[in-house]
Design a protein. Structure first.
Length: 245
């Protein structure tokens, strides 16, 4: 694992965008694994600036997203497709036909998950997977469990995750209780993994996930076994890991 400590969130976002931008420049046909949530928002904004400045070309890039809420349509403002379109896709020259997310409107969970695994396989595999990390160590929607899921599956969201997402919805009842998410095996198949972490509220889980035992109770801990992982975090996120710097 490679650790990059940054001054603050803005600095983290710039450095993360630089890493992703380098991937795009060095391999213009890259398959990017993308994530949603508040952490990568400014990273995406910096990638958009790179495109607008003429430094980045997304025309041959494909993307696959980690997850999608079950039951939400693409035009729902809380769907992850809407998020990606709002923050990245519509601002760059990526081909919409090459932007893949699980189909949240497919009621048959087995079909939705199998279709998504086939779509990822058809791209040739993820070159660079972007990840955030949840307070309980989840990556994608791989919640604490007694096992590591192999492939894309339908997950019942943890109560802590539902409550964390409640701020985006009108009420608790409106928050989706299930999602389709890449499994750990699918995530681990990426050639490179880039993890972003910001804020003191992530300090404890960063230490536990990357310096503690590998356990499905902390799903992100499995990344200790991946051969090419870079963690970009600000000073606050690395506050409990000072011994490595």
């Amino acid at each position: 694992m490679r650790f990059i400590k940054t001054k603050d969130y803005e600095d983290m976002s710039r450095k993360a965008a630089n890493i992703i931008g380098a991937q795009i420049i060095l391999k213009p046909t890259s398959v990017l694994g993308l994530a949603t949530g508040s952490t990568p928002v400014t990273t995406y904004a910096n990638l958009v600036k790179g495109y607008q400045n003429g430094d980045l070309d997304f025309s041959r890039i494909s993307s696959v997203n980690l997850d999608e809420y079950k039951g939400l349509t693409r035009d729902n403002e809380q769907s992850y497709y809407y998020f990606m379109n709002h923050h990245l896709f519509k601002h760059v020259n990526i081909d919409p036909a090459k932007t893949y997310l699980p189909d949240g409107t497919e009621p048959d969970a087995n079909k939705a998950c199998q279709d998504y695994e086939e779509a990822i396989f058809a791209t040739g595999g993820v070159d660079l997977q972007l990840l955030g990390i949840g307070h309980n160590g989840h990556i994608g929607f791989n919640e604490p469990s007694d096992n590591f899921a192999d492939k894309t599956f339908c997950v019942d969201l943890a109560e802590s995750t539902i409550k964390a997402n409640q701020r985006f919805f009108a009420s608790y009842e409106d928050v989706p209780k299930q999602a389709y998410t890449m499994g750990i095996g699918t995530i681990m198949a990426a050639s490179k993994i880039l993890i972003l972490a910001s804020g003191k509220d992530k300090a404890a889980i960063i230490k536990e996930a990357f310096f503690g035992p590998v356990t499905p109770a902390v799903q992100a801990s499995i990344l200790q076994f991946h051969p090419n992982v870079t963690i970009v975090g600000d000073e606050a996120a690395f506050a409990e890991c000072e011994e490595i710097f």
